[in-house]
Design a protein around this ligand. Structure first.
Ligand code: BGC
Length: 879
C-alpha cells in the first residue's frame, strides 16, 4: 500500500499560496485492500515530526476524508508546516512521505515600498536592482515579490525559480498577487545582487476586448519586494524595495502580450553606474496585495520543429507539427547588430506563411544580436502558433537550433482515452492541446489573436473536459475567485470576460452561468465542498441578477430580456441579425439556464447546510420550469423550439413535462435525421448533444455524429490536419483555405467538450450524482455505452479518489468485454448495457449478481479490477 498525490488545497507543497483553511488530500495505490478502516493525520513544524502541533489520532472508518481533510490548526504567517497521513485497510497499512505547505505573509503588513523608475518615459523597460551584503551564510531565505506588469526576477545573475508570466493575470484593480520564492541556495556570503526586469503584460500593455487598450490597469512599471533572510549566525535581515534601488534600461525594448517582444542584446543586463538612475515611490494600494492563487506557469514541454519550409513566396518557415502556445527558443551566434525576426501563424495558405486571422496582434519577436553565442527566448510574451516565419537568420538554418517551448499553468495530466479509431484519438489529442494552449493562468478563448481573454462561456462549456484531462482544481478555483470579485462591481452580473478588463458588459445566458456550473463541476470532480462555500455568494448573486431582470419584466419566471450570445456559431437559421448568435431563440436558452442555475444554487445550499436558501432556489427553479413548460410546449407535447439545441437543452436540463418525454425524444431524433444526422449546434448545444443522445436511446446517433467525417463534424477538422480544436465548424474550407479572418481561431477549446461525452458515455465514467457526500469519484457510476462503429475504447482517470479505468471491446458477433477498475475506498454502480442476468461472466466466472433493469444489468461493486463478458443484446448497438 502506498499513499501518493499528497496535496494541500489541491496543490503539491504550495509555497506562499493563499491558504486560510489548509485542506489535505491524497490517494492510495498498490494495495489489494478495498477500504479504509482507519486513518491518522499529523501536522508538524518540522520534517522529522518532532514538533507535532496536531495529531488526529487513529480515527476509525472513513472519519478522515482523503479528498478533503481539514485539520483544525491555526496558522502563523511565513511558516512551513509538514504533514503526513497514516492509513489502515483490512490487512495492511501505510504511512505517507511528508508533504508540506508554507504560509504567505498572511495579515502582515509590508515593510517594502512600491517603487517605479524615476523617469518620465513609462515605456522604457527597466531593470531595477540593488546590491546587498551578507556577513554570513544564509540558512533560510524567502523573497516576497510582485512586479507590474510582469516581472523576471534574478539573484546574482540567475533566474529565481522556473515560473514565467509572474505575477499572473487577474482583476488587478481589485487584487494583485505576490509570489513567494525560496532563495536560500541562490544567496552568497558577501556581495549579492537582486535584479528585476519588468515588462508590460496584461496589466500595462495592450490587452482587452476590441483590440484591447494600452495600460488599462496601470501605466507605470512598479515593483515591491521583501527578502527575509536568516543567517547562520542567527541574525535576521530584511532587504526591501526602497529609494536606494537603481534602474537601468533593459535589453527588452518592447513587450506586449498581443504584439510580441523586441530585445537588443547589445544592451547588457549587468548593472553599470554609467547607465543607471534612481527610483521613486509610487502610490499603489498595498492592501490590494494578496498571496498568490495562480498556479505556476512554466515551460511544461519542449518540442522540436518537424520541418523547414521554403515557401512559394520565398519565405523560410518552421513547422512545429503542432499548434501550440508558448514560444520558439533558438541558438544563435549572429554578428552584432543582426536582426532576427520571427513571426507566428497557425496555418499556411497557398503554401505560404499566413497570419491574417491574428487580426491586429503583431505576434512577432525581434532579436538584435550582440555577436556572442546566445540561447534566446522572450521574457514577457507568448504566441499561439504552428508555423514560424524566420527572417534575418545568418548562416545555415539548422533545425537543432530551435525548440518549441510549450507554456501553460502547471497541472498534472489525469485522464487519457484511447480508441480503435485513429481519427478519434487525434480529436482527443486536439482537445487536450487546446486546453494546454488556453490554460495559461486564465482559461482563455484563444491564445493567438488580439483577444486571449477569459471568456466565461468558453470555460463554462469546457470545464468538465478540463477536469478530466488535467487536475484543474486549483487553476479553476482561482478563476472562480476572480469572477466573484468582479461580480462585486457589477451587482451580481457575470461579465462576459474575467478579468473584465475594458469590456464593461456581461449578463449573457450560458456565459454568465459559469458562475454556477463551474463550481458545481469542480465539486463533482474533486469532491471538496469548500469550492461551493468559496463561490456561494457568486452563484447566488448571478441567479439573483437574473431574477431581478425577470421581476422587472413582469415576473413571468422566464428570462426574456437582454442581449445574449445565444447558441454561438451554430449552423441553423439565425434568429438574430448577427448570424453568429445561432438559431435557437435566446429567451428559451436564457430561461433554461435560469432554471438550471437556480437548481444548482439550491443543491449547493443544501450541501452547505443553508436550508432556507436551498428551499428558496429550489422553489424558484421549479417555478421557472413550470413557466417554460407553459411557454415552450404545445398542448399536444411538441417543443416550440425545434432546433437541435432546443431539444438538447430541454432534455438535458429536464424541462420536458413527463407526459411528453417520449414524444420529445422521438421528435429530437427525427430532427437529427432530417438534418442528415449531422450536428448544427453551437457553443450552447454542443457540449450536451451526444450526452443527451446516448441517454435517450439514440446512442447510435451519438456515434454517428462523432464519426461523421464530412462537414459539419468533429472529424472534418481532423481530416484537414487540425492539431487543436477550431473555433468554427468550418474554420477551414475543404480545400484548406481559411473561411474568414475576422474571428477565426484554430485553437479554441469549446467544441472539445465532446471529450466529456467520451468520458461519461462512450467510456461510461461518471462521478456519483452529486447531491450526496460521495462526489469527487468517492463513488462512480460506470455505464459504458458501446457501439459497434468502434472496436474498442479505454479511459483511464486518476480521479481525486484514485485510479479508475473503464473500457470495452466488441467483436463482429456482438461479444462484448468490459473492463473496469475501481480504486481503494471507492465503489461504483456498474451498468452493463444490453445484458441479461445469468448470461454474464465476471473475471472468467459466471456472474449471479446484478439486477435486470430494462435492457441493462446493474450492480454495485467495491474496489477492484473487473472483466465482464457477454453477448450484447442491445438493439441500439449496430450490427
Ligand atoms: C470569443 C468567443 C467568445 C465570444 C463571445 C469571441 O470573440 O473568441 O469564444 O465566447 O466572443 O461571443
Amino acid at each position: 500500500m502506498k499513499i501518493t498525490q499528497l496535496k494541500t488545497n489541491q496543490i503539491v507543497n504550495p509555497l506562499g499560496f493563499a491558504i486560510d483553511k489548509p485542506t489535505f488530500s491524497w490517494i492510495v495505490e498498490d494495495t489489494a485492500d478495498t477500504f479504509q478502516t482507519a486513518a491518522q493525520v499529523l501536522v508538524s513544524r518540522d520534517g522529522a515530526f518532532d514538533q507535532v502541533i496536531f495529531d488526529s489520532g487513529k480515527v476509525d472508518g472513513s472519519g478522515i476524508d482523503s479528498l478533503a481533510y481539514r485539520p483544525p490548526v491555526a496558522l502563523e504567517s511565513r511558516t512551513r508546516y509538514f504533514w503526513k497521513a497514516r492509513l489502515w485497510g483490512e490487512t495492511e497499512s501505510a504511512e505517507s512521505d511528508a508533504a508540506w505547505f508554507e504560509t504567505s505573509k498572511m495579515g502582515e503588513g509590508w515593510q517594502a515600498e512600491w517603487i517605479t523608475p524615476d523617469c518620465e518615459d513609462n515605456t522604457l523597460h527597466p531593470i531595477l536592482y540593488r546590491q546587498f551584503d551578507l556577513p554570513s551564510r544564509a540558512v533560510n531565505a524567502r523573497a516576497y515579490i510582485c512586479g507590474l506588469g510582469l516581472y523576471h526576477f534574478e539573484l546574482n545573475g540567475e533566474k529565481v525559480g522556473d515560473e514565467v508570466f509572474t505575477p499572473y493575470c487577474n482583476a488587478y484593480d481589485q487584487w494583485i498577487q505576490y509570489q513567494t520564492f525560496d532563495i536560500t541556495s541562490q544567496l552568497a556570503v558577501g556581495s549579492n545582487l537582486i535584479s528585476v526586469m519588468l515588462g508590460n503584460g496584461w496589466y500595462k500593455g495592450r490587452y482587452g476586448a476590441d483590440k484591447g487598450v494600452v495600460g488599462f490597469y496601470g501605466d507605470r512599471f512598479a515593483l515591491i519586494c521583501e527578502l527575509h533572510i536568516t543567517l547562520e549566525n542567527g541574525d535576521d535581515l530584511i532587504v526591501t524595495t526602497d529609494p536606494a534601488w537603481k534602474v537601468q534600461p533593459s535589453p527588452v525594448i518592447e513587450s506586449d502580450i498581443f504584439d510580441g517582444e523586441m530585445v537588443d542584446a547589445r544592451i547588457k543586463k549587468t548593472p553599470s553606474a554609467d547607465h543607471s538612475f534612481g527610483v521613486k515611490p509610487i502610490d499603489l494600494d498595498k492592501t490590494r496585495l494578496e498571496a498568490r492563487r495562480s498556479l505556476p506557469v512554466c515551460i511544461n514541454e519542449e518540442i522540436e520543429p518537424v520541418a523547414v519550409i521554403h515557401t512559394p513566396a520565398g519565405e523560410t518557415v518552421l513547422d512545429m507539427g503542432q499548434n501550440m502556445t508558448g514560444w520558439l527558443r533558438f541558438r544563435t551566434s549572429a554578428p552584432s547588430g543582426t536582426r532576427i525576426h520571427l513571426q507566428f501563424g497557425e496555418v499556411l495558405q497557398g503554401g505560404n506563411f499566413f497570419r491574417d486571422n491574428l487580426r491586429t496582434a503583431k505576434a512577432e519577436y525581434t532579436y538584435i544580436a550582440d555577436g556572442t553565442d546566445a540561447v534566446v527566448e522572450p521574457y514577457f510574451t507568448f504566441f499561439g502558433f504552428r508555423y514560424v516565419k524566420i527572417s534575418g537568420w545568418t548562416g545555415d538554418l539548422n533545425l537543432d537550433d530551435f525548440t518549441g517551448c510549450v507554456i501553460y499553468s502547471k497541472m498534472d495530466l489525469t485522464g487519457e482515452i484511447e480508441t480503435s479509431n485513429a481519427k478519434v484519438n487525434q480529436l482527443i489529442k486536439n482537445a487536450l492541446w487546446s486546453q494546454k494552449g488556453n490554460f495559461l493562468d486564465i482559461p482563455t478563448d484563444c491564445p493567438q489573436r488580439d483577444e486571449r481573454l477569459g471568456w466565461t462561456g468558453d470555460i463554462q462549456v469546457f470545464s468538465g473536459t478540463a477536469c478530466f484531462n488535467m487536475d484543474a482544481a486549483a487553476f479553476l478555483a482561482k478563476f472562480a475567485y476572480d469572477l466573484g470579485k468582479e461580480q462585486t462591481k457589477t451587482g451580481g452580473m457575470v461579465p462576459h470576460i474575467v478579468p473584465m478588463v475594458n469590456l464593461n458588459k456581461g449578463g449573457s445566458t450560458a456565459w454568465g452561468d459559469v458562475a454556477t456550473i463551474l463550481p458545481w463541476t469542480l465539486y463533482e470532480f474533486y469532491g471538496d465542498v469548500d469550492i461551493l462555500d468559496q463561490q456561494f455568494e457568486s452563484m447566488r448573486a448571478w441567479v439573483d441578477y437574473i431574477k431581478t431582470i425577470d421581476e422587472s419584466s413582469g415576473g413571468k419566471r422566464l428570462w426574456t430580456e437582454g442581449l445574449h450570445f445565444g447558441d454561438w456559431l451554430s449552423l441553423d437559421i439565425p434568429v438574430h441579425p448577427d448570424p453568429r448568435r445561432g438559431g435557437t431563440p435566446h429567451d428559451f436558452i436564457a430561461s433554461a439556464f435560469y432554471c438550471y442555475s437556480a437548481e444548482l444554487v439550491a443543491k449547493a445550499a443544501r450541501l452547505l447546510g443553508k436550508a432556507e436558501h436551498a428551499e428558496a432556489y429550489a422553489q424558484l427553479s421549479a417555478e421557472v420550469k413550470a413557466a417554460i413548460q407553459t411557454e415552450y410546449f404545445t398542448a399536444t407535447g411538441r417543443l416550440a423550439v425545434p432546433t437541435q439545441t432546443g431539444y438538447v437543452l430541454a432534455l438535458f436540463m429536464d424541462l420536458v413535462p413527463d407526459a411528453f418525454r417520449e414524444q420529445v425524444k422521438d421528435d429530437f431524433i427525427a430532427r437529427l435525421r432530417k438534418d442528415n444526422a449531422h450536428l448544427q449546434t453551437g457553443f450552447v448545444g454542443t457540449p450536451y448533444l451526444c450526452r443527451v443522445l446516448s441517454n435517450i436511446g439514440a446512442n447510435d446517433l451519438a456515434y454517428t455524429l462523432l464519426l461523421n467525417e464530412d462537414y459539419p463534424s468533429w472529424l472534418y477538422a481532423v481530416n484537414l490536419g487540425a492539431t487543436t480544436i477550431w473555433e468554427r465548424w468550418n474554420s477551414l474550407n475543404p480545400d484548406g483555405s481559411i473561411s474568414s479572418t475576422g474571428m477565426n481561431s484554430l485553437n479554441h477549446y469549446a467544441y472539445g467538450s465532446i471529450v466529456e461525452w467520451m468520458v461519461r458515455d462512450m467510456c461510461g465514467l461518471n462521478p456519483s450524482s452529486g447531491a450526496d457526500a460521495l462526489t469527487g469519484f468517492r463513488a462512480a457510476r460506470i455505464a459504458p455505452k458501446p457501439d459497434k462503429s468502434l472496436q474498442w475504447v479505454r479511459a483511464r482517470y486518476r480521479s481525486a479518489a484514485g485510479f479508475y479505468e473503464s473500457g470495452w471491446h466488441i467483436d463482429e458477433a456482438g461479444h462484448l468485454t468490459i473492463k473496469i477498475a475501481i480504486p481503494f475506498n471507492a465503489s461504483a454502480a456498474v451498468v452493463l448495457p444490453g445484458a441479461r442476468v445469468g448470461e454474464i461472466s465476471i473475471n472468467g466466472h459466471p456472474m449471479h449478481d446484478g439486477e435486470q433493469i430494462g435492457d441493462s444489468v446493474e450492480l454495485t461493486l467495491a474496489t477492484g479490477n473487473y472483466t465482464f463478458e457477454y453477448f450484447i443484446r442491445d438493439k441500439a448497438v449496430r450490427a
